[in-house]
Design a protein around this ligand. Structure first.
Ligand code: FES
Length: 161
């Protein structure tokens, strides 16, 4: 025999379970959207073109010049202001851009002018000015970034962050 109080408690329990399932489902959708929905920098070939600065700043720069580029990344419901450091230098009248992301585990490398090498603070990886590996654990060179010059401004396409 079911009493009226039992029925309303069961009803309340069903509503509570439904709300929990909906909350968990919504959270999972947001998390999966973060990783699987394409965004502004997550898909190769759809890299955003971002201004690095005036050409005069880099033309003739023998030593790599670091530039921090800020951009908005949107992936599904997720939106974030991001910053990525890149390096630009001139060689034989050609401008080159390198990512600062170490190919080992993704730390940010720095140019060491006294050693003429990029050095990684995490595991001691080193790279030559052209991005090729000089020592340590990095398996690949630093990524060369595509450059476009338009109206005296240098634009780059960032790698995946
Ligand atoms: S992350 Fe750069 S050497 Fe490991």
């Amino acid at each position: 025999v079911r009493e009226k109080g039992d029925f309303s408690r069961r009803g309340l329990l069903k509503v509570w379970i439904f709300a929990c399932v909906a909350a968990i489902g919504g959270s999972l959708a947001a998390i999966l959207g973060r990783f699987f929905v394409g965004g502004t920098v997550s898909t190769p070939g759809e890299r955003p073109r971002l201004a690095a600065g005036p050409l005069a700043q880099f033309a003739g720069a023998v030593e790599p010049v670091d530039v921090v580029i800020s951009f908005r990344e949107e992936q599904g419901y997720y939106s974030d202001q991001r910053r990525q450091r890149i390096y630009l230098y001139s060689e034989n009248d050609r401008l080159c851009a390198l990512s600062s992301i170490c190919s080992h585990l993704g730390c940010s490398v720095s140019w060491d002018p006294s050693r003429k090498l990029f050095t990684c603070p995490c595991h001691g990886g080193t790279y030559r000015k052209d991005g090729t590996v000089a020592g340590g654990p990095p398996p690949r060179p630093l990524e060369r970034l595509p450059i476009e010059i338009e109206n005296g401004t240098v634009f780059v396409r960032l790698n995946e962050a």
